[in-house]
Design a protein around this ligand. Structure first.
Ligand code: COA
Length: 394
């Protein structure tokens, strides 16, 4: 051993162990005034308002306005917000042909991600981000992503598109563009529209979750808002995050018989499998959003002959609880709720995108207005420094 290596080793032994938090577990990365998650009381507020109150008393648009502006709108402010947002309900012809050119086998989240990325290429202002531009893009996404989603569903089903209606709310318009306006469409049932809208409110925001944090990281480099949202969609797609709502329904459909739910859960746990729709990085005693979503799911089940899915939900939840104590998260009731509304399972996470655009854009503004490049450190655990051996001697 050479003297210099011995010195290096001694220094390495003396260095304190770095405080590595894998998955940034428990790390507080910044301040936010957008929402507050309180795991000790299973509660969540958006700009100081309890999410359960917002679900009961507000429209999705009011909540969207609140997340952006910090205050609930007056009647005039909401009318202006809606007038502006609804005026953007038309798609660029290039985007329409792009959507139709994408493989019908690809996941619909890939279509959403590609659509936002494409929108960025058509916006000459995209590299001059400021609050006004970010909210302008947010309005566009709120108006156009439901159209992208509806167009994608209907092209896969071989159906013609249904034109957007400037008189309709985001929730009603989306249901009508996906399912049409016939008497059987959920768009024609105000209770279905309202339960769907509640799910959008519950999905709209949740502090520094993985996709929002991704959007903030991208924004922190002074990149543009389309890049931030495109990256956020990529993060949301994963089954440990937004993709879980699809996996919940795939699981329920695979089990099929509620009487088999308990055995299925126990078998999965014996195999050390993760069961989607359960657990949360922050909430350990229950997800604040589940009671409201469960109420809407049960109401949808009553109207749409969904007793089987309620039994499945209860049996899986009880089996998981008695074996592990791990509670359901929002995706667990949202999955079967979207199934009862008639959405194809692959489109559940794109629905989450439409809602979460509200939170993402609020956080992008916050990051932009008080920015510091997000760049953590790593603790190196690879080989010690060594010399390159030339190719002919290896
Ligand atoms: N199914 C089975 N076991 C689970 C579980 C689940 N859904 N969620 C957590 N656990 C287990 C973990 O494997 C871990 O077991 P171990 O101690 O034997 O290793 C233990 O519970 C503690 O997990 P924890 O550290 O609290 O989880 P996390 O914070 O790293 O992960 C999630 C949180 C959300 C990633 C995790 O719960 C999960 O993968 N859930 C399923 C996906 C999902 O529903 N995502 C949507 C979240 S809103």
């Amino acid at each position: 051993m050479t003297t210099s290596t011995a010195t290096t080793n001694t220094a390495a032994q003396a260095a304190p162990e770095p405080d590595v938090r894998k998955g940034l577990y428990g790390v507080v990365a910044d301040y936010t005034a957008v929402s507050k998650v309180m795991p000790e009381t299973n509660s969540l507020t958006y700009r100081g308002y309890a999410v359960q109150d917002l679900v009961e008393h507000c429209s999705f648009e009011e909540v969207f306005y609140l997340l952006w502006n910090g205050e609930l709108p007056t009647g005039d402010q909401l009318a202006e917000f809606n007038r502006k947002g609804r005026s953007y309900r038309s798609l660029d012809p290039g985007l329409i042909s792009l959507i139709h050119s994408l493989p019908t086998e690809c996941h619909p989240m890939d279509v959403m991600r590609t659509a936002v990325s494409y929108m960025g290429t058509k916006d000459p202002e995209h590299f001059t981000p400021d609050t006004e531009h970010i909210t302008h893009v947010g309005h566009n996404l709120l108006a156009q992503l439901p159209m992208v989603l509806a167009m994608d569903i209907r092209r896969r089903q071989g159906k013609d598109i249904v034109a957007p209606d400037p008189e309709k709310s985001v929730a009603e318009n989306l249901l009508s563009m996906v399912f049409g306006n016939g008497p059987e469409s959920p768009a024609s049932n105000p209770e279905d529209v309202r339960d769907f809208e509640k799910s959008l409110i519950l999905y709209a925001e949740h502090s520094f979750n993985a996709s929002t944090f991704t959007g903030r990281v991208i924004t922190s480099t002074r990149s543009d808002v389309y890049s931030a949202i495109t990256g956020a969609i990529g993060a949301l797609k994963g089954p440990l995050h937004g993709g879980a709502n699809e996996f919940v329904m795939h699981t329920m459909l695979a089990i099929d018989d509620p009487g088999m739910a308990s055995d299925w859960v126990n078998n999965a746990l014996d195999n050390k499998d993760l069961i989607m729709g359960f657990g949360h990085r922050v909430y350990k005693k229950g997800d604040s959003r589940v009671p409201s979503m469960e109420k809407s799911f049960r109401a949808l089940a009553e109207r749409h002959d969904g007793a089987k899915w309620v039994a499945m939900y209860e049996n899986m939840r009880d089996a998981m609880d008695s074996r592990t104590g791990i509670k359901p998260n929002l995706d667990f009731p949202a999955g079967p709720a979207y199934h009862l509304l008639g959405f194809p399972v692959d489109f559940f996470t794109p629905l989450f995108v439409i809602a979460r655009v509200a939170g993402w854009t609020a956080h992008i503004v916050e990051q932009y207005e008080d920015n510091s490049l997000i760049r953590p450190l790593s603790a190196y655990n690879g080989p010690e420094q060594r010399e390159v051996v030339p190719m002919d001697q290896r």
